[in-house]
Design a protein around this ligand. Structure first.
Ligand code: ASP
Length: 317
């Protein structure tokens, strides 16, 4: 038994010939942020909950990922961010949707968890609470990058709701269509962590889908769909939100472990490969024993993990 940490930067149809100028900065960001998370374990003042918040804040601050700065745009060209955080022992959790000015939505989710009698705040109420708590806010334009303006343009031209980097979903239908230009290699972010006492935590943050309807809420902030932690595991999912919500992916990994008595790896692989529709889902998960699972049924998933016994990995495919 030892500490373990895993993070992701989104799952999807990531072409293996992705140009180095797009791949390398993302790999470098994952490595740097993983190392930051690892070094936090040696500081006794950080709990797994603190570590997942810290890591996700860094991922939100990186424009290479679809969360915080770099979030993809709604059909109106606006940003509506979502985030969720959960503590395994207590099952305390916090979630936000429809965030437009808060620099780190994950920290707002943590404040909701710690300072309100509620779990989930959205839109104006969530923004007002962030201001009341003195969280850093900026002009809405801060989050919008030229790449995401271009991605929205392409999605609109193709009349599609496009996942941040993967196959677009045809509006009004289930049929998958090829990505117009293959240039959207960024994703939702998440982190799961366990300390050497078996305390677990999970966090996920996203801008959602390119060209999503204004007001659309995905799986990320929904407890049990995109994010979940209890005494059995901590899970952060990524992929097509609507599919992840239908399959309650994160909660099901924990349920399979609890009710079937199987290992983290078996439970995670079962949910991703046997239950979730192909091409829709990836997840990262850790168990109290310090095991890590990172299965995906998409072409790739930006991911990284490290464990106390010396494993360290950054991978995409
Ligand atoms: N699951 C996210 C959503 O549907 C997108 C992603 O993971 O890339 O909002």
């Amino acid at each position: 038994m030892g500490w373990a940490i895993a993070l992701h930067g989104g799952a999807g149809d990531i072409p293996v010939d992705m140009p180095p100028e797009r791949r390398l900065p993302r790999e470098a960001a994952l490595r740097r942020i993983l190392e930051m998370g690892v070094s936090a374990f040696s500081n006794a003042k950080y709990s797994p909950l603190d570590i997942v918040e810290l890591v996700v804040r860094e991922l939100e601050n990186s424009p290479h990922f679809n969360a915080g700065k770099g979030s993809v745009l709604t059909t109106d060209g606006t940003v509506e961010m979502e985030a969720c955080i959960m503590d395994g022992n207590s099952k305390r959790c916090g979630a936000v949707s429809g965030i437009t000015t808060v620099v780190n939505p994950i920290s707002l989710a943590r404040q909701i968890m710690g300072k309100t009698p509620h779990i989930y705040l959205a839109f104006d109420g969530a923004e007002a609470f962030a201001r009341e708590q003195g969280l850093e806010t900026v002009d809405k334009s801060h989050f919008i990058t030229p790449e995401n303006i271009e991605r929205l343009k392409q999605a609109k031209e193709a009349n599609r709701v496009q996942q941040d980097y993967t196959q677009p979903i045809k509006k009004g239908g289930e049929k998958e269509m090829p990505l117009p230009d293959g240039d959207s290699k960024l994703g939702t972010v998440g982190c799961v962590a366990v300390d050497s006492f078996g305390n677990l935590a999970a966090a996920t943050s996203t801008g959602g889908l390119v060209n999503k309807m204004v007001g659309r809420i995905g799986d990320t902030p929904i407890i049990g769909a995109g994010t979940y932690a209890n005494k059995f595991c901590a899970v952060s999912a990524t992929g097509r939100g609507e599919a992840i919500i239908r399959e309650t992916v994160a909660r099901d990994v924990a349920a399979v472990m609890e009710y079937k008595g199987v290992s983290l790896k078996e439970a995670a692989e079962y949910i991703v490969h046997e239950v979730s529709p192909k091409g829709t889902t990836g997840l990262i998960a850790v168990s109290p024993k310090g095991e890590v699972a990172m299965p995906f049924n998409t072409t790739g998933m930006f991911r990284a993990c490290a464990t106390e016994d010396g494993l360290m990995e950054v991978a995409i495919w």
